[in-house]
Design a protein around this ligand. Sequence first.
Ligand code: PLP
Length: 377
Amino acid sequence: MIPIAIPLLEREEADAAREAVLSGWVSQGPQVAAFEREFATLVGAPHACAVSNCTTALHVALIAANIGPGDEVITVSHSFIATANCIRYCGAIPVFVDIDPATYNIDPALAADAITPRTRAIVLVHQMGMPCDLGSLVSLAKRHGLILIEDAACAAGSEIRFNGHWERIGKPHGDIACFSFHPRKVITTGEGGMLTTSNPEFDRKFRLLRQHGMSVPDTVRHGSSQVIFEDYLMVGFNYRMTDIQAAVGRKQLERLPELLSRRRTLASRYAQLLGNLRNLRLPNEPDWARSNWQSYCVGLPERVDQRAVMQSLLDQGIATRRGIMCAHRELVYSNGGPHQDLRQSEHAQDHSILLPIYAQMDEHDQSRVADALRAHL
Ligand SMILES: *Cc1c(COP(=O)(O)O)cnc(C)c1O
């Protein structure tokens, strides 16, 4: 069986988790602090704050930015449902705009059209690790005084050429970027998330919100020779990452360069193997973007039935997934929130499939995937 994805976790991660367990400090502590420093350095961010997953990261980001009931937040429907749910958690209204079918990412011109006097923020998504057109979106947000939050769940390691320099997603280019370390992403801690920002006030709020609004973290009380009483400064949450997860994450960060280079090799080999298939649409990497290839998505020819091609590959032991979901087609978003015509989002969900891609994939298995797809088409 060729799976859709497998995380690369080996001896190093297992040993790191073991050491964290035996250290006696297993909740948020020194490993989390070190993981935050190392992640911040990796992406070039002044501040990084670890949380329990990317869904909680997005929730914390929106609260820190004071998004609340009645506010409109522009985003895409064409994303994992957590993107829209986080806006709802705050009582705000997700306003869905369509994607650019070439990149599966938010179309900046359509985002501009959706701005109303109630719009407070844009949550963009670097879908499947492919960077959004940040140049356009950053200036759009500035022009209208909107908070720009990057759902970078899939985009650890992705890069963008910004003002003439190659920079990592998460620097951040918007106000806040949110990452996921779920096993389906490029690096994993089992469950885990990270917020990055250049704004020290946002970072201070993230740290309060992830730990019940507590003024003094446990590590500080633990290390102090003075008795310290904490205060509770806001209604916070328990969104902490554990030290066991962070210890695994630090090992995954060391592996990231190798993982990226392997995925980039596989992506360019898919392009070679599938490039001559008529009407199959390969992913488009703009010349200002370098994807981490979290997923490899191909657009099917119009006449081809998505379910039939997926079943045919599954019968040959090859797992695929359909195109990214559309939140507005799910029950919880179906009764009429504001949105534009989402034709490209729906088309992408119905007429694309994700092919297996993971660092351990060898050329033989990759050829099997390409051959099976070619034979079906
Ligand atoms: C995976 C994913 C999330 C949710 O991440 P979790 O860490 O599982 O909470 C949010 N947004 C996008 C675009 C994702 O792909």
